[in-house]
Design a protein around this ligand. Structure first.
Ligand code: OFO
Length: 177
């Protein structure tokens, strides 16, 4: 390997710890995508078409997050590994429980992203640190959105006409996330 190549290696290659963390994050985004897809199916089979559309859109978004990390690992000279992920939960008591689960899922994704931000800083990997800023902002928005929906459900309730109003409200958020 020539001098230029070894310098490039040092600059470009992710270190093993950061690589592993990003690879695990890819699995986490994929897991989130599957959770939302399964939730969409739950909503669809209860004729909650607004909620189903919202969750389908969200499932797609999470898949693009996975892809974003996949491409980044590749660009930094690593080999992204797609991992096996557990089958998502498919039953919820009601819409309130479902959106509570969305909120908690987003919280745990944020926690995981934050850990990698600190790790990248610790490892002096400023490129990864910078790359993750987009995710930090994205998670802030997603947590806020999920908590807004949970708040709406708590205020309106899901009895009788309430469920229809919530379905309409959540459906109205499609395309705005
Ligand atoms: Fe909402 O999880 Fe992606 O980043």
């Amino acid at each position: 390997m020539g001098v230029n190549n070894s310098i490039k290696e040092i600059i470009m290659r992710l270190n093993e710890t950061v690589y592993q963390a990003l690879n695990n994050q890819m699995a986490m985004e994929y897991t989130a995508s599957n959770i939302y897809l399964q939730m969409a199916s739950w909503a669809d089979s209860r004729d909650l078409s607004g909620i189903a559309s919202f969750l389908n859109e969200h499932a797609e978004e999470e898949r693009t997050h996975m892809r974003k990390i996949f491409d980044y690992i590749s660009e930094r000279g690593g080999e992204p590994r797609v991992q096996e992920v557990p089958a998502p939960r498919d039953q919820y008591k009601d819409v309130a429980e479902l959106f509570d689960a969305v909120y908690h899922e987003e919280k745990s994704v944020s926690d995981s992203i934050n850990k990698i931000v600190f790790l990248a800083w610790d490892q002096k990997d400023l490129a990864t640190f910078q790359f993750l800023q987009w995710f930090v902002e994205e998670q802030r928005e997603e947590e806020a959105l999920a908590s807004q929906i949970v708040g709406k459900i708590n205020t309106i309730g899901t009895n009788g006409q309430g469920l229809h109003l919530i379905d309409e409200y959540v459906g109205g958020l499609v395309g705005n996330a």
